[in-house]
Design a binder for this molecule. Structure first.
Ligand code: SF4
Length: 203
């Protein structure tokens, strides 16, 4: 493995896991457009995707008592490697009491071609899904998904995964929304019975 391949990195007291650079969106606000890393990390561009064992070595090579949470995130869409992240999350849970979250664009079921929601059961305590916009039209403008129907698929996934994990969040980047659009995103989250996380654009 190349020495500078960054599989895990720290953000605000949490340990983040970087399993892929592949993604099914190309969001206007993607942190990858502005640099190589995130929150002061080393480059998160992977020479190749790490194996399950390499991910576990990187996680357990750290003092996990120093963290409040473990987060599967990017540089890319982690659910593209669904089997790997589920297995890694379960193996982390066997050994460590930290809560495990995934930050996802919610395209898992669309990408894999079947309802993947149950695969998150027992492995993840929290699924944070990027809602991003209040409508499919705005989603296509801002997120440039690879496949049509991605917005609807993301909302379907949110509805389904709620049955399997204790906490589901929707998130938006407020700088890309009008106040009216933000209100509509709150309504969508309320109707789904989940919390809306509103965050700032990271330049
Ligand atoms: S879904 Fe996430 S990783 Fe993919 S382009 Fe959008 S912000 Fe970037």
């Amino acid at each position: 493995m190349k020495k500078d391949m960054t599989i895990t990195y720290e953000v605000d007291g949490a340990l983040y896991i970087n399993v892929t650079n592949r993604c099914t969106n190309n969001c206007e606000f993607c942190i990858r457009k502005n640099g190589d890393g995130a929150y002061g990390s080393d480059s998160l561009w992977l020479e190749r995707e790490p194996t399950e064992e390499e991910i576990l070595d990187s996680v357990f090579g750290r003092d996990l008592s120093a963290y409040r949470e473990i987060v599967f995130c990017g540089y890319g869409e982690p659910s593209i490697r669904l089997d790997v992240i589920r297995s890694v999350a379960l193996r982390i849970k066997e050994k460590c009491p930290l809560p495990v979250r995934i930050n996802t664009n919610g395209h898992s079921s669309l990408y894999h071609g079947y309802d993947t929601a149950s695969a998150f059961c027992g492995a993840f305590d929290c699924v944070s899904i990027s809602l991003n916009t209040p409508s499919p039209e705005r989603y296509d403008e801002i997120c440039h998904p690879v496949r049509s129907g991605s917005y609807e698929a993301m909302l379907d996934f949110a509805r389904e995964v709620k049955k399997y994990v204790p906490s589901v969040l929707l998130s938006v980047v407020k700088d890309f929304l009008t106040p009216e659009e933000l209100d509509e995103c709150h309504r969508i989250a309320d109707n789904l019975g989940v919390t809306l996380k509103v965050r700032d654009y990271i330049s």
